[in-house]
Design a protein around this ligand. Structure first.
Ligand code: NDP
Ligand code: 8X3
Length: 253
């Protein structure tokens, strides 16, 4: 794959894993379509990366099906042929037992992490199928492989991503389109700030006393997965910090 002719759409590019991936792929000269809700961050990233690679931005909420379709349909001709889709947008909202949980949080997680991924995929996959060429990289989680206390609905959303990735792999197999699921453990991003609704002290506790993954670590793995030879597909990968053994077992010094 020639980076300069490969167009990569990244959802959730305004922060964390998506932003680190945009920076790494941009440094390698890929053509980027960067997506998120925070327009000012998209503009800043476009300004930062434009000297390195062609960049187009799309501002939309993945939960809004009409907005997803309108955004993808608005791509200018030189960005409209997408070679790679990185379904990364998502978050956890709250950490509560089900009996104490907030249904608004459940809606945000199921609508964003699951239905949002489906809406974006539906808008992109037909062109990959028609061209018999493409690569979808879905960012799942260790929470899609295991359930941890109070993780209930977030874990359900990521288990759904795990199932969707497996189904997508089967659906796209006849057309030679690759599907890769990357499932990280603890990564220090804005993830916990969002989960705990801006309670920075509580968010910091998640990573205290251990050495979490950095978003750049996940970006490096995404690049590796992307650059495998055409006959090689990494279909399902779990990536943990050395200090983490499972969703709930971590070593804190
Ligand atoms: P961040 O909070 O740092 O980034 C989340 C990104 O998703 C932001 O760019 C945000 O952009 C975007 N996003 C969230 N909701 C929506 C929405 N409704 N519509 C459009 N964009 C949205 O978290 P991470 O980088 O950690 O998370 C990225 C992915 O990695 C998520 O899918 C998460 O579940 C997964 N993950 C994270 C782990 C971690 O420990 N951090 C571990 C395993 C998986 P904006 O707000 O501008 O819309
Ligand atoms: C994010 C990792 O373990 O905080 O998906 O849920 S975890």
């Amino acid at each position: 794959m020639n980076n300069a002719t490969t167009t990569v759409l990244i959802t959730g590019a305004t922060s964390g894993i998506g932003q680190a991936t945009a920076r790494l792929l941009g440094s390698q000269g890929y053509r980027l379509v960067l997506c998120g809700r925070r327009q000012e961050r998209l503009a800043e990233l476009q300004e930062e990366l434009s000297p390195l690679c062609p960049v187009h931005t799309l501002q939309f909420d993945v939960r809004d099906r009409a907005a997803v379709e309108a955004a993808l349909n608005s791509l200018p001709p030189d960005f409209a042929t997408l070679d790679v889709l990185i379904n990364n947008a998502g978050n956890a909202h709250g950490l509560d037992t089900l009996q104490e949980g907030n249904p608004d949080d459940w809606d945000a997680m199921l609508d964003g992490n699951v239905k949002g991924l489906l809406y974006v995929s539906k808008a992109v996959l037909p062109q990959m199928v028609a061209r018999r060429r493409g690569h979808v990289i879905n960012i799942g989680s260790i929470a899609g492989k295991e359930v941890y206390p109070k993780g209930n609905v977030y874990c359900a959303s990521k288990h759904a991503v795990d199932a969707i990735s497996k189904g997508m792999l089967m659906d796209l197999n006849p057309y030679g389109v690759k599907v890769s699921a990357i499932n990280p453990g603890l990564v220090e991003t804005e993830f916990s700030q969002v989960r705990f609704k801006g309670d920075d002290a509580r968010a910091a506790q998640v990573y205290s006393g251990l050495h979490p993954l950095r978003p750049e670590d996940v970006a490096a793995v995404i690049l590796f997965v992307l650059q495998c030879p055409p006959h090689v597909n990494i279909s399902d990968l779990v990536l943990l910090p050395t200090d983490q053994a499972s969703a709930a077992v971590v070593r804190r010094g």
